[in-house]
Design a protein around this ligand. Structure first.
Ligand code: SDX
Length: 434
């Protein structure tokens, strides 16, 4: 336990007429925890916590969330201030190394990202092997895992190699994403350029072409850069927990990040931004105002949920959704960027926030509810929305991986279970089976 955890009065647990004392701790923001690391050896019991909603897997100094108050801070800085004043590369440095960089540190970090932005030319053999219509998340997961073959990771990781690995992943995730898009539309690949900053470089790789000069729109560039900031980390979410789980076995870091990409792909996690747009397009196509869809979302038997609503932690507004809604209003008011889906989104939010079904379950818009509208305005195809989420989340995943491997000790993740299957029975010859 770190010295930033304050020891509180122990908890007393009474089981089968015996009392046990369990240490309790409080973090720097007042979160309290019962330390159950010795529970099984002392009592023979384990805990059950479906989805780990009540279980702290670790201590962390990276991101703080207060779900009841709708607070999100990266290394102590409120997300609203970072979204307003910072750039994604600066926030990536903050998450990875704990402090906002000074000018020299930021220049060095940005230069390293630029030098690391080219993927090994042999990677193109993989790209040409994917069937037409391959989902970009499937391509991203495969290509990131393949980086482990191009950049061998030594068993004893030295600082210089670790810094380069971080730069490779933060930088090349853009290149791979853009290459997969160009491949999907049959256009020639556009390489990273030293002329552009991080986000503009990505947009240029996505939309430039030998026959079409592309000048990233400044408002779109800043909206996408802000969107990457908002997605950069979110403490122990599903994909970050997957990174920590895979990383706890000391697996190859490129494979560990692939575990995060795989988990993010799910429609209940990072895949929700794509599902929100599909939902809004469906409502738009049906000419509805969303009322019917809201009724379906409330009906368990419909199989529909109001995508972009609800959260495991936020039982109040997701502060990222608040920032994104403001940027949506600003960006989509630009000439030529108006999107009828925004009006539908606003209508859905208005109806849901007055409906007791959502109020009683504390279901509010989350980060995915408005993010897709900004991505659409930037011309990003819907099936690449979760890829953009992965680009944003990359520094967060790597920050948690670094925090874990540099911790006092790396404990392999190995949860227990309660077995409810068949009790002891013996093998039967096939002729004796029913
Ligand atoms: C992200 O963890 C993170 O930090 C994730 C993330 C990050 O930055 O990494 O913030 C990114 O994943 C955001 C969430 C994106 N997912 C979606 O928008 C998909 C739609 N939302 C849901 O599937 C759901 O809200 C979850 C999965 C996000 C949260 O699920 P919970 O908190 O476990 O809620 P639950 O499944 O236990 O549901 C509680 C009740 C249920 O009804 P009852 O059984 O009580 O009657 O609320 C209902 C649910 O049916 N419910 C919804 C709903 N979400 C929950 N009903 C309709 N629409 C919804 N969206």
């Amino acid at each position: 336990m770190s010295d930033r955890l304050k020891l509180l009065t122990p908890a007393t647990l009474t089981l089968e007429n015996k009392s046990y004392s369990l240490p309790t701790y409080m973090g720097v923001e007042g979160e309290k925890a019962i330390d159950i690391t010795k529970l099984r050896s002392q009592t023979g019991y384990v805990t059950l916590d479906d989805g780990y909603g009540n279980t702290g897997a670790c201590e962390s100094a990276i991101t703080y969330i207060d779900g009841e108050k709708g607070i999100l801070r990266y290394r102590g800085y409120p997300i609203e201030e970072l979204a307003e004043h910072s750039r994604f590369t600066e926030v990536a440095y903050l998450l990875l190394y704990g402090e906002l960089p000074n000018s020299e540190q930021l220049l060095g970090f940005s230069s390293r990202l630029n030098e690391s932005s080219i993927v090994h030319e042999d990677v193109h053999h993989f790209l040409s092997g994917f069937p037409r219509g391959s989902h970009p998340m499937g391509i991203l997961a495969t290509m990131v895992a393949s980086l482990s073959t191009f950049y061998p990771v030594p068993d004893q990781l030295d600082e210089a190699t670790e810094i380069q690995i971080v730069a490779n992943l933060v930088s090349q995730v853009r290149t791979i994403a853009a290459f997969s898009y160009k491949k999907s539309i049959g256009e020639p690949l556009v390489y990273p350029s030293i002329k552009y900053r991080y986000t503009s470089n990505f947009l240029n790789m996505m939309f430039a072409s030998p026959v079409r000069d592309y000048q990233p729109d400044a408002d779109i560039d800043s909206a996408i850069d802000m969107l990457l900031i908002l997605h950069a980390d979110h403490e122990q979410n599903c994909s970050t927990s997957s990174v920590r789980t895979a990383g706890s076995s000391l697996a190859n870091v490129y494979a560990v990040i692939t575990a995060g990409i795989a988990a993010l792909w799910g429609p209940r996690h990072g895949g929700a931004n794509q599902e929100v747009i599909k939902m809004l397009e469906q409502i738009h196509a049906e000419g509805g105002d969303g009322t019917e869809f809201i009724n379906q979302a409330k009906d368990k038997n419909s199989g529909n949920r109001l995508m972009g609503f609800g959260h495991r932690v936020y039982k109040n507004f997701d502060p990222r959704a608040v920032v994104l809604k403001q940027h949506c209003d600003k960006l989509l008011n630009k000439p030529g960027l108006n999107d009828p889906l925004l009006d539908i989104a606003r209508r859905l939010e208005e109806i849901a926030l007055k409906d007791d079904y959502f109020i009683s379950r504390k279901l509010y818009p989350n980060v995915d509810f408005y993010s897709g509208l900004i991505l659409r305005a930037a011309g990003i195809p819907t099936d690449m929305f979760t890829v953009l989420f992965a680009i944003g989340r990359m520094p967060g995943w790597l920050a948690h991986w670094r925090e874990m491997i540099h911790g006092e000790h790396v404990t392999i993740y190995r949860p227990r279970q309660i077995y409810t299957g068949e009790i002891l029975r013996h093998y039967q010859d096939i002729n004796q089976r029913a």
